[in-house]
Design a protein around this ligand. Sequence first.
Ligand code: SF4
Ligand code: SF4
Length: 67
Amino acid sequence: MAKIEVIAERCKSCGYCIRFCPKNVLEIGTGLNAKGYEYVTAAREQDCIGCCQCAMICPDGAITVYR
Ligand code: SF4
Ligand code: SF4
């Protein structure tokens, strides 16, 4: 199982990572960062296959995948 780390302060809530994740692991959370964006969380981390699509697509480098 992979581990997903989201740097909340970098996330702009654009949703690219959610759209590109093949396993529907990610979703917009309810927490707000300092800029007022609802940042992404790995709501179904147990389903992650560690493909790194989310990390590669994020324009703000907010996601790190640990395999
Ligand atoms: S590593 Fe792949 S499966 Fe895991 S959250 Fe990112 S896009 Fe989804
Ligand atoms: S792609 Fe990056 S900035 Fe966009 S919602 Fe996902 S983590 Fe946030």
